[in-house]
Design a binder for this molecule. Structure first.
Ligand code: PNS
Length: 159
């Protein structure tokens, strides 16, 4: 049984995240989507809100579990018995940092491999930061975040 972890801030989850979740859930027996709870960044949505969004959008995916973690990702992967870390790549500019992180994570947990999955072309431009900015300014989020969570994102962000 191979367990993979897809870690991130998910502040909030976008269609880009959901696409990576759906595609990787087809490859692994179990996929844990792990929300970072002690990020250096100050998130707009609480850990509970971010986890609830992820639960809503993955409710039809039986092998996907939503969790949160703090501290080192490498330690978290050891604790949950995961052998793979999934990272989504949107552009070459994502790669350098992600490459460094993958080397560090394997140094800290030699049993874990990082698998990079390229974003689908229609999601290449998406980011949680842009989604938040658009919502604050009252723009349409259609096609950017899953429909089921759009109104909750607006409720919190729209001025
Ligand atoms: O969605 P993000 O913000 O790009 O996700 C970043 C994340 C959560 C994957 C990354 O910050 C992370 O792994 N943080 C945990 C701390 C850690 O293990 N850092 C790497 C070793 S210094």
């Amino acid at each position: 049984m191979i367990t993979a972890v897809y870690p991130g801030s998910f502040d909030p989850c976008t269609n880009g995240h959901l696409d990576i979740i759906i595609r990787s859930s087809k490859i692994f027996d179990k996929l844990i989507v792990a929300v970072l709870s002690n990020s250096g960044k100050t998130p707009v949505f609480s850990v509970d809100e971010r986890m609830e969004f992820l639960r809503i959008v993955t409710k039809k995916l039986p092998n996907v579990e939503i969790d949160s973690f703090s501290g080192l990702l490498a330690e978290y992967t050891k604790a949950c018995g995961a052998s793979v870390i999934i990272k989504g790549l949107r552009a070459v500019s994502d790669f350098e940092y992600e490459f460094q992180m993958s080397l560090i994570n394997t140094k800290l947990n030699p049993k874990v491999e990082t698998l990079f999955m390229t974003a689908s072309t229609h999601n290449m431009y998406l980011s949680s930061s842009l989604v938040k900015e658009i919502a604050v300014l009252g723009g349409a989020l259609d096609g950017m975040v899953p429909e089921e969570i759009q109104s909750s994102i607006y409720d919190k962000l729209r001025r």
